[in-house]
Design a protein. Sequence first.
Length: 368
Amino acid sequence: MLEVEKEMFIQSLLKNSNYVVSKRNFLSDYSRIESKKIDMTLSGKFLSSYGKLKINSKEFDKYPSHDEINKLEQEIKNHENIQQEIILGAGANGILQNIIKLFFVKRGNLVTPFYTFNQVEFGVTSFNGKTYRIFTDNYKINFNKMKKAINRKTRMVYICNPNNPTGLYENCESIINFAKSINVPVVVDESGIEFTNKKSLLSYKNIPKNLLIVRSFSKAYGIANFRLGYLVCNPEFKQSYLENITTNEFSGLSCIVANELLKNGKENITNNIKSITKEKKVIIKKLDKIGIKCILSDSNTIMTDSVFKNEFLKLLEQNNISVVPVYDENNKLHIRIAIQDEITNKKFVDILVKIMNEYQVLEDGGKK
């Protein structure tokens, strides 16, 4: 799987001074990750330690009811103080794919910073669309470059905030001003925003109508297996969405669990986020000691600034470690990991130390 990802990435690197044009033809399902002893791809196991949730078994034979959906939508609005409309969906990625279905009926192109969450690009490719990847400046978005890449065939702009894989947070005012300056829908994915302890776009009033905000219950809430997320949008877009998209893609059980967590899970979630923030500092320090430099992430994930030889991935697999491989604009390998509990993080670092003592895995001294 990793080699296929790498190959598709290599084929897509057609670059000029400002951006690369990518036209992928491979649809990867990021959720189908092989079971590993040390899975560093998602913080879910650590975050989902809620204890027992009471669920009535009589609910198992029913489709999601309007009451369950309306109840959860209202709970989300109250919890986040949302004034706009809400649409529930099968995780943030499910919502993103549905947005793509709406916007790319007539093909066109996507404009997005590089790096970004590549599932959006895969979705665009399924509609024979192109992706313009705009190179960032030291991992931060250059909005002038983004604006220059937009043309009459641009169907949407996608921004992941905090970024996946870098974990860096982008200033909300910059995103809002950018959205106001263009006539193209700007989709902002805030799946990991809870980890940043910084402002969400939801905290702003009178945001432009072309700004669509996607949120997830998979990350901070730790219930990725329930596949639930939501879209915050204006009334006109909601009407268009509901008229063209199947909306009962998630289960009633997902609604029940999410509702329970919004009502009674706040303390647990807050404590988990604090623990992850603490562990993140520890693991960055440990990796630095063994010569692996990392980007100072604002989220629950860490991407290495250091680059590795390609055989490093095989060595990790042989040691039952699962990570997310990331290739930069020069096809250099970085890795992205999600922070786990203290014990798992220690196991991960111990194995890295062992590998690095036995093999030269950093390329050119680890410099980008």
